[in-house]
Design a protein around this ligand. Structure first.
Ligand code: 4AD
Ligand code: MG
Length: 477
């Protein structure tokens, strides 16, 4: 008999027929009630075992974590909070789980402990919910762009280009590390490498994406990117997934419109599709909030927060306006910013970003037209000669969720910029070709997928929204 997913069993329209379910035991109460979960939904199905007619040896093997197959009659449940249960007629243990050794005991574990068990934490309610939400969000990303006629482009993971010019790259070599070829002066000779040049793991697919937008019009990437920055924060990963749309003939304002529409679409899609998981995560969050002092508790519950983003336009403010606001503000009566912005040109720190979003505007904020010298080389220089058409989208509780810009389409201006900051023209000859042949204005942005998952799930550490987090000192799995 083919098994039926628990989700479908719980949504059944008829009862009293024979069904089979397969999954993992969450708990086994009173030698009689199995809470069975198969990952298809946050909910368990209760399976009522006929313990009088089941051998003692079998009952002993129904332990938390064991894989089982149950066959029986689907009946309406008298228990609270569940519509149906299975009256078990046949029970098979598929895989035992030593109750004493299984790390995911039916109790609350700390997130730190769960991170050390990333291969098993997905068997908990919270991580099951998070990973289903992540999957639906990813699908919504494709659906949004595909519906709009964007072409999905797979940009390379191994590349010779430093797209952000920030030097935060993992090096890739095909040669044995203990025998790297040397030049005459003793330096490592990357030219002798398999790839014929120095290669890295990509920090962004943008530059390749731009080349494709200059032929296909509207493209998006969605893939893993890598940053060798040693930032041990709750917002940074060494390996994260980025979504990067790039659109020919879009200016900065079109770019902001696209980003806002896109983010609202994927959140709406997920709120609609993941109601049960989000409700569970909201409840988990409310529990957690109770242990915090009143002043630190968030003003909105999770779904309220998500709906707020859907129902309100993002505030748009130029960097210059943002600086004026920050110069005239203190985060609260007693405390000043740790880093006080004295003059125009300083980069915003996360405390400033959070102040703008959480205290001043109380809304997602798009900051645009940043000083040229704190942003990447490819951003378009504005008429004032000192700002670029950059835009960052800042989110409550997250900070920067999107970084994007209108790109510099003028070859001479781009070359001049590269010269000033010391980027080798030869390294990017192919990128410059996009400006040599049929250049046109274009814009795009990058959305950090995990930061979006953080926002939607209400989790607070980025390590908890990616299956196997890669951070400095953690790449065990
Ligand atoms: O602001 P970033 O560095 O911009 C780019 O890479 C551009 N090439 C994007 C583009 O215009 N096509 O990164 C974009 C976003 C950030 O806003 C953030 O959400 C996320 O990527 N991000 C990270 N997420 C997790 N861990 C990290 N270490 C991240 N670094 C950036
Ligand atoms: Mg950025």
């Amino acid at each position: 008999m083919k098994h039926t997913k628990v989700k479908d069993l719980l949504n059944s329209t008829q009862t009293l027929h024979e069904v089979n379910a397969k999954g993992w035991v969450r708990t086994f109460r009173n030698n009689q009630f199995i809470a069975l979960n198969d990952g298809s939904t946050i909910h368990n199905i209760q399976c009522v075992v006929d313990f009088e007619n089941t051998p003692e040896a079998t009952l002993k093997r129904i332990t938390t974590g064991a894989a089982v197959s149950v066959t029986g009659t689907l009946v309406e449940s008298k228990g609270a909070g569940q519509k149906f249960e299975i009256q078990v007629s046949k029970l098979e243990i598929l895989g035992d789980s030593d109750a004493e050794k299984f790390p995911m005991q039916p109790k609350k574990h700390s997130l730190e402990f769960l991170r050390e068990n990333a291969h098993l934490r997905v068997r908990t309610n919270a991580f099951g919910a998070i990973m289903r939400v992540r999957s639906v969000l990813a699908f919504a990303v494709h659906q949004y762009f595909q519906e709009k006629g964007f072409v999905y482009v797979n940009t390379p993971v191994i590349t010779g280009a430093d797209a952000e010019g920030a030097g935060e790259m993992f090096q890739v070599t095909s040669l044995p590390l203990d025998n790297l070829p040397k030049t005459e002066d003793g330096a490592i000779d990357y030219k002798k490498d398999f790839f014929g040049k120095h290669t890295n793991l990509t920090v962004s697919g943008q530059l390749e994406g731009e080349a494709f937008a200059m032929a296909l019009g509207q493209i998006y990437t969605f893939g893993p990117t890598f940053r060798a920055e040693n930032s041990n924060t709750s917002r940074h990963l060494a390996e994260f997934w980025m979504i990067e749309p790039e659109v020919a003939f879009n200016d900065l304002h079109d770019n902001m419109d696209l980003a806002e529409d896109f983010i609202q679409y994927v959140i709406k899609y997920t709120v609609d599709k993941c109601a049960d998981d989000l409700k569970f995560l909201e409840g988990r969050l409310l529990e957690e909030e109770k242990s915090k002092p009143q002043a630190e508790r968030s003003e909105m519950a999770l779904l309220e927060k998500l709906n707020f983003v859907l129902e309100n336009n993002f505030k748009r403010v130029s960097y210059t306006e943002a600086i004026d606001i920050l110069k005239n503000s203190t985060p609260n009566k007693k405390k000043k910013f740790n880093y006080i912005i004295e003059e125009w040109g300083a980069d915003l720190q996360s405390e400033h970003e959070r102040f703008l979003v959480e205290k001043h505007f109380k809304s997602p904020v798009i900051v645009y037209d940043y000083p040229a010298n704190i942003k990447s080389f490819y951003m378009r220089l504005n008429e004032d000669g000192k700002t670029v058409g950059a835009m960052d989208i800042l989110f409550p509780g997250i900070g920067e969720i999107v970084g994007g810009s209108q790109r510099e389409e003028r070859l001479d201006v781009l070359l001049e910029k590269m010269k000033v900051i010391g980027i080798d023209e030869e390294e990017l000859w192919w990128y410059l070709d996009t400006r040599r042949f049929g250049s046109a204005i274009h814009s795009g942005f990058g959305l950090g997928f995990e930061r979006l998952v953080l926002f939607v799930t209400g989790m607070t550490n980025i390590r908890d929204v990616i299956p196997f987090p890669r951070t400095p000192g953690s790449a065990e799995f």
